[in-house]
Design a protein around this ligand. Structure first.
Ligand code: FMN
Length: 299
């Protein structure tokens, strides 16, 4: 019988839709039915964003507060594979992605079903994925693969270009000096290779070894500096989100968070990373290797 695949995702710019298209192409070519379902929050989040609306979603992202979605439906009662597209917002699953994972119909479908997660992030997706793993585990989904596409430019460059993209709505070059923001077109097209790797696994309904094959093919790349920054920032974001979500008047706090973020990224992070590179990193190579292995995996 033909295999049935559900690819469900949210996207603002269309980047994640494009990634999903390329990834699922080999599955279509092998004769599988691929049902693509794009979800829409109700009301929609602004795109392009204003500075205020962008930072205003931080507490609910970090606290994983789901929101309402426009009506949507799935055609089948069960699938051989679910491809879950998500994006990281403030080191957490985006609110629409989190809302989807809280939908009872999604939970019922995902139970005992192989799931591959796929993201098109700026470059910090690990903490979001760490929040997704227990949610999937709780609904008895089988996480069999994870693909993380990122903007490969230096951290501060991709920060500037992401904001240009998010606040301007166009994935183009800021001031004609900066590179194009987001995941590169070449990396998006390359996602097809990861889809090719999935084909024998879905055909044999044997998912063992898929993640290792994906990692070998470059589907997950872990940079130490980003892993380090995320591990610190996610704890601090949690504190900010806890404080801000308790306030009735949030504007001043969100402005403070914005400046904190700028100072943390452009001033504190380079200093802390330099100190770490001199005093700690050289003595922690075993631990760093284990951490990289862990974040590359799906356990
Ligand atoms: C509010 C907001 C917060 C974001 N935070 C992060 C983040 O913490 N880490 C990251 O790698 N990318 C972050 N991004 C970028 C998104 O993960 C994603 O790459 C971008 O929004 C494009 O996705 P799209 O397919 O929905 O258009 C953020 C984007 C938005 C809008």
């Amino acid at each position: 019988m033909g295999k049935k695949v559900l690819a469900v995702f949210y996207t603002q710019s269309g980047q994640l839709a494009s990634i999903i298209d390329h990834f699922t192409r080999p599955l279509l070519d092998m004769g599988a039915t691929v049902e693509k379902v794009q979800i829409f929050p109700a009301p929609a989040y602004p795109f392009p964003w204003s500075g205020k609306s962008f930072f205003a979603v931080m507490p609910d992202c970090v606290n994983q507060v789901p929101g309402p979605l426009e009506p949507f439906s799935f055609k089948e009662a069960s699938y051989d594979l679910i491809v879950l597209g998500y994006q990281a917002w403030f080191l957490s699953p985006s609110i629409p992605a989190n809302s989807l994972m809280n939908d009872p119909r999604f939970k019922a479908l995902a139970k005992n079903t192989p799931v591959i997660t796929i993201t098109g992030a700026r470059n910090m997706w690990m903490s979001a994925m760490e929040k997704i793993k227990p949610v999937l585990r709780k609904m008895d989904a089988r996480l069999v693969g994870n693909i993380s596409l990122v903007d490969r430019h230096p951290n501060f460059v991709s920060f500037v270009t992401l904001l240009h993209w998010m606040f301007g709505g166009k994935k183009d070059r800021y001031l004609n000096i900066f590179p194009v923001p987001g995941v590169s077109e070449a990396d998006i097209v390359h996602t097809r290779v990861y889809g090719d790797l999935v084909v024998p696994h879905i055909q044999n309904n044997n998912w063992q070894g898929l993640q290792e094959e994906l990692v070998d093919a470059g589907a997950v790349q872990i940079r130490y500096a980003l892993m380090f920054i995320e591990s610190k920032a996610r704890k601090i974001f949690k504190v900010w989100a806890g404080i801000i979500s308790k306030r009735k008047k949030r504007t001043a706090w969100l402005v403070a968070f914005k400046y904190y973020l700028l100072i943390a990224l452009f001033i504190a992070a380079p200093i802390i990373l330099t100190v770490d590179a001199i005093f700690f990193k050289p003595f922690l190579s075993g631990r760093i290797k284990r951490q990289k292995q862990y974040y590359s995996g799906v356990d």
